[in-house]
Every structure is written in structure tokens, then in C-alpha cells.
Design a protein around this ligand. Structure first.
Ligand SMILES: Cc1cc2nc3c(=O)[nH]c(=O)nc-3n(C[C@H](O)[C@H](O)[C@H](O)COP(=O)(O)OP(=O)(O)OC[C@H]3O[C@@H](n4cnc5c(N)ncnc54)[C@H](O)[C@@H]3O)c2cc1C
Length: 387
């Protein structure tokens, strides 16, 4: 077999059973609604609750807090299976893979008990709000502030491009508690939207219209003198936000790399099927040597990506993945995803440009992988710093 992720060295019997269950869940509960979600621009709230009921949310959060008690390998399976099924809009990577881990790693016992069990059940959908209209890559320059005022913070600012932004009822907002400082002034403040929507000052803007990832809601958020209790500061100490972000980013980057790897495998699978069926000049498209050589090269790259990401996943599960290696995995796999999906689309000829063919949706969905989670240029800066 040229591609077979069940042979990944980190897979075992328990994980195979989980993979099988996740695949069946997606087939039954998600795939029938996928087209509707793409059209409406968001995933139904009921899908989050179903995923929670079936134990798919917070898979790598301790059971004590309502999670699955697993590790990064469990998150990998979810990322991969969603990607194989082309469900690109379900923001569970952000919810379970990122925000839940911020709370689990830095939250007080009271904060963990308040948020994590509801995140695992799907009653809470979470988002992380770093990017602003004026700054994305240069996080130290954010303008959103949370200034202490009696027993609360006064939150002011604007965020944009926020995944799950329309749906989320818990948002981890990256703010400056000390606007005179750069990295040292940054803190993570948890905003419970039901409270602030009632009190006023918090508004969601547009669900942004994107090139791809149509089912994922991606929103603007506005904070105008919003009062947030001091107890919603994550971790209890101000000024720790930047370090907290840097510590968790390798996991975020590997989630993106895992999705890229699975997308590459899907593109090659559907393209292999197509070139065996379609004929030109009396031959199958696969019978042209150009097709054979190009696909042979792309399958080789898919294997390289899989081997590298598997190794990173095992290191991450042991807490040993360093930031530069995670950055390598993120930029290289997403670059390859875009190149390979583009090349695969070419084998479909005109049909590849038609949205009814999955490769067209993959082409549109892939592009953002090189931009978010830290752009690929920023990944190269992180690697270059270690030279
Ligand atoms: C679909 C989608 C979902 C997203 N989800 C989230 C989310 O959930 N939460 C969130 O906070 N953000 C999210 N983002 C935002 C995303 O993380 C940012 O778009 C990204 O970090 C880049 O920031 P920017 O758009 O401000 O680009 P800029 O920082 O303005 O960069 C513009 C270009 O310049 C390059 N560049 C910048 N600095 C350098 C440098 N020093 N050297 C070389 N090149 C450089 C960049 O690589 C980029 O190509 C999302 C974005 C999209 C499109």
C-alpha cells in the first residue's frame, strides 16, 4: 500500500478502534449535513452536542475534567478523519486541540471545572482571538487592551478572522493588560459571551466570506468597554500570555500539519481513482508516462510528509516536540498540500474546476493552510532563529 495511516508507528489497537468509531460517526452524523453547512457558512450547534455525546470533543483532556483522557494521538485521529471526509468546517482543532489545552495547562482548578466539562459535552464552543485588523503575524503589537478597574477588567478592541467566532460562547482573547509593554504586557482573558452579550459592549461582526473552508464560521469580534471579572484571567498572573501562546503553538502547528498530511493522502486517493477511469487518445490518463512519473513523485512526498508528521506526533505525545521542528512540519506539509492538490486537480482536466468534484473544494480549502496558525514565512523565521 502506497498510503496507509493505519500503519503509522503510533497507532495501536485502541486507537484503531477509535479511528473506526470516529469514521462511522462522521459518516452518519456529519457527512449528510456537509453540503448544508457549506451553504449556510457554519456548523449546526447540534453537531457540537452530538460530537460531545460521542466523546469526540476534548479527547486529549484528562477524564477528571470531562475529557477523553487521551493524548495528541487521539486528536490526530480526529483531525485526519475529518480531513479524509472533507469536513473542513468543524473547528474542533481550535476548540479541543488549542483552547481546551490553554485552560488545562494554565487554568486554576475552578476555571478548569467551570469550562472544561462543558467544552467536552459541546455545551460550550470555544475560540481563540489573537488576530486583529491591524496585526496578525506581529502578535506583540496587538491593540486590544484589558485594563484593571476595581473587581473587573475593561476590555476594548477588535479581533478578526476568528474561527468559531459566530458560534463560540467562550473566547480566549489575547489582550494587553499593560499596553506599555510588548510581549510582557500580554495576557489571556476568557470571555463568556452570554454574560457580556447581555450586559452590552460585545458584538460579533460579519461571518466573513472566504475563498474556501465555507462551512467554518470565521468572524469579526468587537469589544467596547466590556466588563470581564478579574477571575477570567487565565492563569492568575498578568503578563504571561505570550509565553503561554508560545508553549502551546507547537501543538496548534502540528494539528495543521496533520490536516495537511491527510488532505494530501485524500487528493492522491481520489486522483488515482480518476486517472484509472478517464480515457484520452484511447488510453487511461494513468497510462501516460507523465501521469505515472508525476504521481510517483507526489506519492513519495506524501510518504515523506506522513513519516515526518508521525514522528512529530510521537514527540508531542511525550512532550518533546520543539518549536522549530513543529514550524518545519507546518510550513512544509502545507506547502506540499497546496502543490499536490493543484497538481492533482490538473489530472481532472475541466472537471477539476467544477465544485461538484471534491478536488475543486480541496483546492479552495487548502490555500489558507499556508496562512493561518502562523504564516509559513513566520515558520521559516522561527526555524532560521535556531540556525
Ligand atoms: C480562515 C482563517 C481562520 C483563522 N482563524 C484564526 C483564529 O481562530 N484566531 C486568530 O487569532 N487568527 C485566525 N486567523 C488569522 C491568521 O492567523 C492570520 O491571518 C495570520 O497569522 C497572518 O496574519 P495577517 O493576516 O495579519 O497577515 P500579516 O501579518 O499582515 O502578514 C502579511 C504577509 O506578510 C508576511 N510577513 C509578515 N511578517 C513577516 C516577516 N517578519 N517576514 C516575512 N514575511 C512576513 C506574512 O507571512 C504574510 O504573507 C485566521 C485566518 C484565516 C484566513
Amino acid at each position: 500500500m502506497l498510503l496507509n495511516n493505519d500503519k503509522s508507528p503510533w497507532m495501536d489497537e485502541e486507537l484503531s478502534i477509535m479511528r473506526d468509531a470516529v469514521r462511522k460517526f462522521i459518516e452518519k452524523e456529519f457527512s449528510p449535513d456537509a453540503k448544508k453547512w457549506e451553504k449556510q457558512g457554519f456548523i449546526d450547534r447540534s453537531a457540537w452536542l452530538k460530537a460531545g455525546e460521542s466523546g469526540l470533543l476534548c479527547a486529549s483532556i484528562p477524564e477528571k475534567w470531562g475529557g477523553g483522557g487521551g493524548n495528541f494521538k487521539h486528536e490526530m485521529i480526529l483531525v485526519e478523519e475529518l480531513s479524509y471526509a472533507q469536513i473542513t468546517g468543524f473547528g474542533n482543532g481550535v476548540h479541543s486541540g488549542i483552547v481546551a489545552h490553554y485552560i488545562n495547562s494554565y487554568g486554576s482548578e475552578e476555571q478548569k471545572a467551570r469550562w472544561l466539562p462543558k467544552m467536552a459535552s459541546g455545551e460550550i464552543v470555544s475560540a481563540i482571538a489573537m488576530s486583529e485588523p491591524g496585526t496578525g503575524s506581529d502578535l506583540q503589537s496587538i491593540a486590544t487592551t484589558a485594563i484593571k478597574n476595581g473587581d473587573h477588567y475593561r476590555l476594548n478592541g477588535q479581533k478578526t478572522f476568528i474561527t468559531n467566532g459566530m458560534t463560540a460562547n467562550l473566547i480566549c482573547v489575547v489582550t494587553k493588560t499593560d499596553p506599555d509593554e510588548a510581549a510582557k504586557g500580554i495576557s489571556l482573558i476568557m470571555v463568556e459571551t452570554e454574560d457580556v452579550e447581555e450586559a452590552g459592549g460585545f458584538k460579533r461582526g460579519r461571518n466573513l466570506e472566504k475563498l474556501g473552508m465555507k462551512a467554518q464560521d470565521t468572524a469579526e469580534l468587537f469589544f467596547d468597554d466590556v466588563e470581564i471579572p478579574l477571575g477570567n484571567l487565565l492563569g492568575g498572573n498578568e503578563g504571561k500570555g505570550f509565553i503561554q501562546l508560545m508553549e502551546q503553538l507547537p501543538q496548534e502547528r502540528l494539528i495543521i500539519a496533520a490536516g495537511a498530511c491527510a488532505a494530501i493522502e485524500t487528493a492522491l486517493r481520489i486522483t488515482s481513482e480518476y486517472v484509472k477511469e478517464r480515457k484520452a487518445f484511447g488510453k487511461r490518463i494513468l497510462d501516460f508516462q507523465n501521469t505515472q512519473f508525476r504521481l510517483a513523485e507526489r506519492f513519495t512526498e506524501a510518504k515523506l510528509a506522513r513519516t515526518f508528521v508521525d514522528q512529530c506526533a510521537m514527540q508531542l505525545a511525550e512532550g518533546k516536540l520543539d518549536g522549530a521542528t513543529a514550524a518545519m512540519a507546518k510550513w512544509w506539509t502545507t506547502q506540499k498540500q497546496c502543490e499536490i492538490v493543484d497538481e492533482c486537480l490538473q489530472f481532472f482536466g475541466g472537471y477539476g474546476y467544477m465544485m461538484e468534484y471534491p478536488i475543486a473544494k480541496m483546492y479552495a480549502d487548502s490555500r489558507v493552510q499556508k496562512i493561518y496558525g502562523g504564516s509559513n514565512e513566520i515558520m521559516k523565521l522561527l526555524i532560521a532563529r535556531e540556525i
